[in-house]
Design a protein around this ligand. Structure first.
Ligand SMILES: NC(=O)c1ccc[n+]([C@@H]2O[C@H](COP(=O)([O-])OP(=O)(O)OC[C@H]3O[C@@H](n4cnc5c(N)ncnc54)[C@H](O)[C@@H]3O)[C@@H](O)[C@H]2O)c1
Length: 388
């Protein structure tokens, strides 16, 4: 099959920039796709970060330290941008105005006003495809839950719980990084960092919280600064958001949690939905398994746990009995983005799109209300603004 090549630039060559390079390098894993990303240019303020790309990605022709030079490269059609949150506003706006398609990292701006400026640039440039990174819903187990929601299998929703839990900051001796500083990660702290991962599916399902009571925790007060001293940790480590959702089928509670300090959890993303006709759960802790409990009035209440087959949104060479993992979810997300760049929103070959800018903007509405709730100790109404 002949493939349309999309020439990519990468801005921010850290942890996530390399994940994209790895996904692009194993594009042959995907079957029946008529598009392929090719990384031709990279940019990082730190030249040592771009060196890894020059050493490992043979298609890279140019390496820059100034992203504006990368934007001026006419060969670059699309960009993956994975930089600290304080840089999202200016760099994303410049990318969009340069007419390059963008897969940006969440949260799409350090705070709500930065996000609103990014959204205005998107509105002014409708020819550019802009999506936010959020890979976990591409796990086959999560896709199964998406299908059940779309088919209305749950009946009336009783309760929803979703979360993303890490424990990498449990060690108080871990040196401070940009995620613990308000200037670089924003006041949202762990919500900005982890929150869209948790909200992507609820927002896709139309479950917009009307109000939120937030419990925000700072657990480790200071960390080594890497220069022999210590530095204060300014951002929230953990957040538990008790939300009230009103949908056309009634009202239900939804508890969303984002935790940097959850002992025993390395990268646990989960969603649990309880309904009057079906309950279901998927967690990356058990990446093969989907649990479900169908219910008929007066009938048995028995959990069924199945090994979900490797049945991904985009077909792959992997046999159905094998396991799906984090890097597979990244590859699937990239396939969905490239599919939209080449075929447009209507022409995409499977129904699950990458997180949209509106979904990222929705996360800002909720997190802004959560900060207010954290300050007052009361319940805050979520102002959905133009997304209402
Ligand atoms: N999707 C996910 O699962 C996931 C996981 C981790 C992080 N993220 C997101 O990715 C983004 C980056 O996080 P990360 O963990 O990769 O961070 P990182 O610190 O590993 O990498 C960020 C890179 O940006 C570079 N940079 C800083 N200023 C720059 C500038 N002006 N121009 C060009 N490059 C610049 C840094 O030198 C660094 O190499 C954040 O938005 C974060 O929320 C997403």
């Amino acid at each position: 099959m002949s493939k349309t090549i999309i020439s990519f630039g990468v801005i921010g060559c850290g942890l996530m920039g390399k994940e994209f390079a790895s996904a692009a390098a194993r594009w042959c894993h995907l079957t029946d796709v008529d598009f392929e990303p090719r990384i031709v240019a990279v940019c990082d303020a730190n030249p040592a970060a771009t060196q890894w790309f020059q050493d490992n990605v043979p298609t890279v022709e140019q390496a820059y330290t100034d992203y504006k030079e990368l934007l001026a490269n006419p060969k670059v059609e699309a960009i993956y941008c994975a930089v600290p949150h304080n840089l999202h506003k200016q760099i994303y706006i410049d990318i969009i105005r340069a007419g390059k398609h963008l897969l940006g990292e969440k949260p799409f701006g350090i705070d709500r006003s930065a996000n609103e400026e990014i959204m205005a640039a998107i509105r002014d440039n409708p020819q550019v495809v802009v999506r936010s990174s959020s890979e976990f819903p591409f796990y086959p187990g999560a896709q199964q839950i998406v299908q059940w929601v779309n088919e209305g299998k749950f009946g009336q929703i009783i309760e929803v719980e979703a979360g993303f839990w890490h424990s990498s900051d449990l060690d108080p001796n871990k040196p401070i990084n940009w995620k613990r500083r308000i200037a670089t990660n924003g006041e949202y702290g762990c919500m900005g960092d982890l929150g869209l991962h948790v909200l992507h599916l609820p927002l896709r399902f139309g479950w917009k919280p009307e109000s939120v009571r937030a419990l925000l925790s700072k657990i480790v007060e200071e960390r080594p600064d890497g220069k022999g001293g210590s530095a204060p940790c300014e951002t929230w480590d953990n957040a538990i958001l008790a939300c009230e959702v009103k949908s056309d089928k009634g009202q239900f509670p939804m508890v969303l949690s984002t935790k940097r300090i959850a002992p025993g959890h390395a990268n646990t993303w989960f969603i649990r939905i309880q309904g009057t006709e079906l309950s279901a759960e998927f967690t990356t802790k058990n990446p093969k398994q989907v649990a479900s409990l169908p219910y008929k009035p007066g009938g048995q209440q028995a959990w069924h746990i199945v090994d979900a087959p490797y049945n991904s949104a985009y077909g792959t060479i992997t046999g159905g009995i094998f396991e799906f993992g984090f890097t597979d979810s990244i590859l699937q997300m990239w396939a969905a983005f490239c599919d939209e760049v080449v075929h447009g929103e209507q022409g995409i070959s499977q129904p699950f799109r990458c997180a949209t800018p509106e979904e990222a903007a929705g996360s800002h509405c909720l997190f802004t209300a959560a900060l207010e709730s954290g300050r007052t100790g009361g319940t805050a109404v979520v102002d959905w603004g133009t997304l209402a």
